[in-house]
Design a protein around this ligand. Sequence first.
Ligand SMILES: NC(=O)c1ccc[n+]([C@@H]2O[C@H](COP(=O)([O-])OP(=O)(O)OC[C@H]3O[C@@H](n4cnc5c(N)ncnc54)[C@H](OP(=O)(O)O)[C@@H]3O)[C@@H](O)[C@H]2O)c1
Length: 217
Amino acid sequence: MTSRPRVIVNVAMSLNGMIAGKSGERVNISSAYDWERVYKLRSSVDAIVVGANTVIRDNPKLSINHVEHDLQKLPTRVILDANLRVPRNANVFDGSMRTMVFTEKSDEIQNAEMMRRKRHELLVDHLLIEFSSFGFKKILVEGGKRVISEFVSSGSVDEFYLYIGDILIEKDGLRLFDLDTNITNVIRDIKMMKSGVLISLNPYLLRESWIKKVRDF
Ligand SMILES: NC(=O)c1ccc[n+]([C@@H]2O[C@H](COP(=O)([O-])OP(=O)(O)OC[C@H]3O[C@@H](n4cnc5c(N)ncnc54)[C@H](OP(=O)(O)O)[C@@H]3O)[C@@H](O)[C@H]2O)c1
């Protein structure tokens, strides 16, 4: 039997609970010190997973930057984009790393392996089986809110890292948790970092206290 990959979530949040600005505008919440941690985390996994909106809003490269790494074993960028809304010139299609797009659509994108799937085959449980078949043993889910909530609600997240940076984002930004979500009992560990705090959450308890609320998001 193929076992599913280990799933890690990493997300950065402002002091007032936002992960993006107004209309999903990108805000750099992580400090330079935290970015070093993120690059190392990326370099430790086989695949980095993001949703279509994250590519559209943030245009991330999802690189490991200067972390020393065997170039043959760079992580694969996995874009979840059922309706193929991402721009064809997005940074994830720069050809510097293997890139897969899971979609229902039939178009091609240069420098991407198109994984055409039916709607039910795009559910997390199914995706994880596929990831295992590609040899992915560890994956990092970087966002955004919808994709993170899909993975948490599937019960497949093993580690959940929440970096809280010392910045505030305007009040109509994108919240990760509703204001009345109590995450006190889901905290596993808190680590002080330069210009922020790294919190490790228990993904299974988080599923109970948070996911019911984001289901209709
Ligand atoms: N602070 C941080 O650490 C951080 C990290 C990443 C992103 N962000 C922010 O998060 C925001 C984006 O979050 P979001 O919740 O709006 O969107 P998202 O999670 O990035 O993308 C959601 C979209 O991806 C597609 N999708 C999701 N699951 C899929 C699946 N299983 N298979 C195929 N396609 C799937 C869907 O597209 P369709 O609706 O077309 O089906 C869905 O609407 C951005 O504003 C970004 O700045 C913050």
